[in-house]
Design a protein around this ligand. Structure first.
Ligand SMILES: [Zn+2]
Length: 308
């Protein structure tokens, strides 16, 4: 708890303040037409922009928050396929219904880089499927990333695993999912133990998830929205996330529905900070439970001895 490498995602309480404005007409635009500086981006192979047709927002209209639909995040996840297949009909229909995904331009530019949108959506699809694999015990899916159980010299460790490495003309480091292998053993010949069993596989994946989630949460503005007076106590401030568009809105919806409830409990065994997943309640594993019980028994034994 509170260790920098094991952030606790349980303690976030905030609303999602999302006002969607549609982009009824979306079109493709070559960077070439953007003039100066555009060549820079051409090199990355992402010449396309999604752009509100006339550049004017006149036809744009506010829509009720799509978050009233609890499945909204799944729709956004599904959009990754439309981007991958360059399915313009589907992409345009999404923007006409929910507005832009929310590229963080400095000013309100009615355009988004295709490469960014594609990268963000692929990242989200991957991240959500990792959490589903944890939730439903799809260990085969997780094993694909870490390989078979093995102990190898540290230099062969997968550090970091890059799960997704989308080409992004704006920021190559933004949408990665990373795993940092922990090495152990003698200083001269450190080794890396890959996840050996299902429990370790889940813990390793969880680290990747928490890291990705924390990074994305850090990108979304969190603003105070109201103060509640409670008698003579200090006022209680309510907080709200203000997503820039449909992408972070969907991410937040998914986070509060799927990740926050999972991340609340860590194992109570001495020296273990593993995640406790249902149906387990107190210890992360049978192993920890047994170990702690015999440890407690020994302690009691010792105390009795000292009293006598
Ligand atoms: Zn444990």
């Amino acid at each position: 708890m509170g260790r920098p490498d094991a952030p606790n995602v349980e303690t976030i309480h905030a609303e999602i303040l999302f006002h969607a404005s549609t982009w009824p007409k979306v079109t493709r635009l070559s960077w070439k037409k953007m003039g100066e500086g555009a060549d820079e981006f051409e090199r990355f192979g992402h010449p396309l922009l999604i752009c509100f047709n006339s550049g004017s927002m006149e036809d744009s209209r506010e829509v009720n928050s799509p978050l009233s639909n609890p499945e909204f995040w799944q729709e956004v996840r599904q959009l990754a396929f439309a981007f991958r297949e360059k399915n313009w009909k589907e992409i345009a229909s999404f923007y006409a219904t929910y507005g832009p995904l929310g590229y963080p331009w400095e000013a309100g530019v009615p355009a988004e880089p295709y490469g960014w949108a594609e990268a963000a959506l692929e990242w989200f699809r991957e991240l959500t499927s990792l959490v589903e694999a944890i939730e439903f015990g799809r260990y085969g899916h997780l094993r694909k990333y870490f390989g078979p159980p093995r102990v190898v010299p540290a230099r062969q460790a997968i550090d970091p695993i890059v799960f997704v490495r989308p080409k992004n003309p704006f920021d190559f480091s933004t949408y990665w999912l990373k795993y940092t292998a922990e090495v152990s053993g003698p200083e001269k010949d450190p080794v890396w133990r890959s996840p050996q069993d299902e429990g370790e596989l889940v813990q390793a994946t969880w680290k990747v998830v928490v890291r990705g989630v924390t990074e994305e949460l850090g990108r979304i503005p969190l603003v105070p929205i109201a103060e509640e007076r409670r008698g003579s106590h200090l006022p209680l401030v309510h907080w709200g996330f203000r997503p820039r568009g449909a992408f972070s809105a969907a991410f937040l919806q998914w986070f509060f529905a799927k990740v926050a409830p999972l991340g609340g409990r860590t194992c109570v065994a001495d020296g273990c900070d593993h995640l406790v997943l249902p149906p387990r309640k107190v210890y992360c594993s049978e192993k920890c439970s047994d170990r702690q019980k015999s440890r407690d028994a020994r302690r009691r034994e010792k105390e009795r001895y000292e009293v006598d």
